[in-house]
Each structure stands twice: as structure tokens, then as C-alpha cells.
Design a protein around this ligand. Structure first.
Ligand SMILES: [Zn+2]
Length: 403
């Protein structure tokens, strides 16, 4: 809510209050009395703010809730038909597009291929074209497309949206926000994939409540960490928090894409496993994902030994994170662990054995959103910025139009 702090006096308080009400409605449809109870705001404030939100077209009255002291209250919810937000998660050879409405409901999702590794220009054009096609298939919401969030597997500058380094894409110092905003005709926000996955996991992960302390670890071609600490998504002062894959793991060990040696990702990423399996089987090229899954479900003892080493390397780093942050839950977004339940079970046992005894209550679970999490987080980020702007200046909404 950085924009809100720039406002003064009563206007700031009204904006904060509206933000609280919108956050309450994100969780479920509620009556005015429910909102007053969950936000701690008084009923008169809730009523006047809700009237303004209805006027702005962000909130609608829907249905009738259970009777309380004889009178049945009207339920309120975010108006899904007001606007869409798009989320795109970039990967080296593909991207996932999701379009969600203001209420957070998914209207469309699809995977699109990219030439590998994609240039920024290629990625911008492919995303723009996929977005055009997707929007043409959907009914137009009142305020059109509110914005687009882009998830990048790499280090992203928090303020300017510059991709400082995304090794798997071959991007270094790439400015993608402005060209994408021009191509798509809407505001664009760029973020790191693990942070966006953590945001998605916390809001849309199906737990029905927001967890105050939550770590989300994305394990794929690299390893990234997103962390909610004290209820806030932690980014660090420059936004670079979360490069867990480059934790020094083995002194003087394997070379890493960052230029150092012995980083955790050089042992515990899927890239490392693909290379280790190829070496164990005497093959010259790293094994593709589908083949790893196929072999991982089979009886070959060489594969079993390799997977066991991999579980050990992954567990070592995870136990370290659990001891460091002592979170309630650590969520793993990993296609491989999803596909190989035996491997996940071994990992969980090893983490339980290695974490310090007072941290063993930390729940280690697979993401309910899986590989969809970064795109969902990106769409939620774009939606939240639209809502923030609407709170700050409701007059803007009337002039919005679809690209
Ligand atoms: Zn490294």
C-alpha cells in the first residue's frame, strides 16, 4: 500500500479503511456487519465506505446471508465483471497466461511456447499476441484490462521492474516493462517468480486463511524463495531477497551459473538432477523432465541412488531455511516432487530428521497451485495495483478502457 502513505490526513485514513474492506471481501462474500467485525471498523464507517465502493463499481450486493437477530443482511462481494487482470509466468521455453477477474476468479488460462532462449522483443510480442487472442474470447468487463503482472525466474529490480539477471532466459539488465505496457496497452508490473508464487500461495492456496509466516520455495531450473514474514511479503531494501539457490552449500564445489562454486542449486535444482542422472546412466545429455519422471517411478537402482542423493541435497538446504526462519509452513512448488510422491515422502522425512527439534512443527507441503502459482501471483499483483489506484482516485475508473 505504498501509494496510500503518500496521501494526507483524512484521505489516507479513508483509503486504508477501504483497503481493509476490500481485503476482507477477497476472502469471501460478507455482510456489512461481518466486515465491521473482521476489520474492527465501526458500522457507520463500513456503510459509508461500502456505498462509495459500490458507486465505483468495485463491490456488488449479492444474495442474502443468514439471519442475525431476525434481520437477514445483504451480502457483498468484489464485482468480478468490473475488470480483468492478466498474469504471465515466463519460463525459458514457454509462458503461462492466466486472466482473472476482480474477484480473483480465473476466466482463462493457457500455456504458450517460446523459442529458447527468448529475446525480450520475442517474449513481448508473443505475450501481446496471446493476450489479444485471450481477451477476444472473453466478454469485455466494464473497465477492460486493469493490468498485467509478469513473473520472471530471476532477480528483478523492485522499483523500476528491470530484470537484472535471469540466467535461464539469458537476460541480464533487460527492461521489459515499458515495451510490454506499450504492446498490451495496460499498466505492467514485473516481479520475481518465487515472491509471486508465495503471494498466490498465501491468498489463493486453498487454505481459507492467510498465513502470517510462510515460505514458498520454487524448485525447477533454479531455486528461489518467497517469504511472508509477519504478514508482509519480504523483498529486502532493493528487492533482491530470495536467491536461495545461491546459498553456499559445498565449499569449492560444482561451478554455478552465478559464477561461484558450490551453490545449493548446483546440487538441488532439477537442472542438477538431470545432469547427475545422465552421468549415472552414462548418457551424454541431461535427461528431459518426462524421462526423469518415468525413470523415477521405475526400479533402476542407479536412478534410486541418484534420487536419494538429490533428496538429501534438497533436504539439507530446506532444513537450513526452516531453522533460519522458523516458519509455520514451507510450501514447495516443484513439478518433479508433485510427479514423484515417493521422492517427496523421502524429502519430508529427511527434513524432519535434520531440522532442529523445536522447528519440527513446520509443515512441509506441496503447493496446491503447483506450477500455476507464479502466473496467479502475477495476476493478483496487477489486480491489487488496480484496486490501490481505484482507492486512491476513484474518478480514474470512469476513463479506463480496454486496449
Ligand atoms: Zn550460484
Amino acid at each position: 500500500m505504498a501509494a496510500v502513505t503518500k496521501l494526507g490526513g483524512g484521505r489516507m485514513i479513508r483509503s486504508v479503511n477501504r483497503g481493509l474492506i476490500l481485503a476482507a471481501l477477497e476472502a469471501s462474500s460478507q455482510s456489512r456487519a461481518d466486515i465491521a467485525k473482521s476489520t474492527g471498523l465501526n458500522k457507520a464507517t463500513v456503510s459509508s465506505q461500502v456505498a462509495e465502493l459500490i458507486e465505483a463499481g468495485l463491490v456488488v450486493e449479492t444474495g442474502i446471508g443468514p439471519a442475525e437477530l431476525g434481520r437477514k443482511p445483504l451480502l457483498l462481494e468484489l464485482d468480478g465483471g468490473a475488470a480483468y487482470a492478466a498474469g504471465v509466468a515466463l519460463a525459458p521455453r514457454s509462458f503461462r497466461l492466466t486472466i482473472r477477474d476482480l474477484a480473483g476468479k480465473e476466466r482463462l488460462a493457457r500455456d504458450c511456447s517460446l523459442p529458447a532462449p527468448p529475446s525480450a522483443e520475442t517474449a513481448v510480442e508473443a505475450i501481446g499476441a496471446a493476450l489479444d487472442r485471450a481477451l477476444a474470447e472473453l466478454p469485455r468487463p466494464r473497465y477492460g484490462l486493469a493490468g498485467l503482472g509478469l513473473s520472471v525466474p530471476g532477480v528483478v529490480e523492485a522499483e523500476g521492474g528491470m530484470v537484472l539477471r535471469a540466467t535461464s532466459l539469458g537476460w541480464e539488465g533487460v527492461s521489459v516493462r515499458e515495451p510490454l505496457a506499450r504492446r498490451c496497452g495496460c499498466p505492467v508490473w514485473v516481479g520475481n517468480d518465487a515472491k509471486l508464487a508465495a503471494a498466490a500461495e498465501r491468498i489463493a492456496g486453498g487454505r481459507g486463511k492467510c498465513e502470517e509466516e510462510l515460505l514458498c520455495l520454487i524448485v525447477g531450473e533454479g531455486i528461489g524463495l518467497g517469504a511472508y514474514l509477519g504478514g508482509e511479503l519480504y523483498a529486502g531494501p532493493r528487492g533482491y531477497f530470495g536467491e536461495a539457490g545461491h546459498l553456499p552449500f559445498v565449499a569449492g564445489g560444482r561451478p554455478c551459473s552465478c559464477g561461484n562454486r558450490g551453490c545449493w542449486a548446483a546440487y538441488a535444482s532439477e537442472t542438477a538432477l538431470a545432469a547427475d542422472l545422465a552421468a549415472a546412466l552414462g548418457e551424454s545429455a541431461p535427461l528431459p523432465f518426462e524421462r526423469i519422471v518415468e525413470l523415477g517411478s521405475g526400479p533402476d537402482p542407479r536412478v534410486g541412488a541418484c534420487l536419494s542423493d538429490y533428496a538429501g541435497a534438497l533436504a539439507g538446504g530446506i532444513a537450513g531455511l526452516v531453522n533460519l526462519f522458523s516458519p509455520n509452513a514451507l510450501v514447495l512448488a516443484s513439478e518433479l516432487l508433485e510427479a514423484l510422491p515417493r521422492l517427496f515422502a523421502e524429502l519430508r522425512d529427511r527434513v524432519a530428521a535434520q531440522a532442529m527439534d523445536f522447528n519440527r512443527g513446520c509443515e512441509l507441503r506441496l503447493s496446491a497451485l503447483g506450477r500455476r502459482a507464479p502466473a496467479i501471483g502475477a495476476a493478483l499483483a496487477a489486480r491489487d495495483r488496480f484496486i490501490e489506484a481505484a482507492i486512491e482516485d476513484p474518478g480514474r475508473l470512469g476513463s479506463r478502457s480496454a486496449p
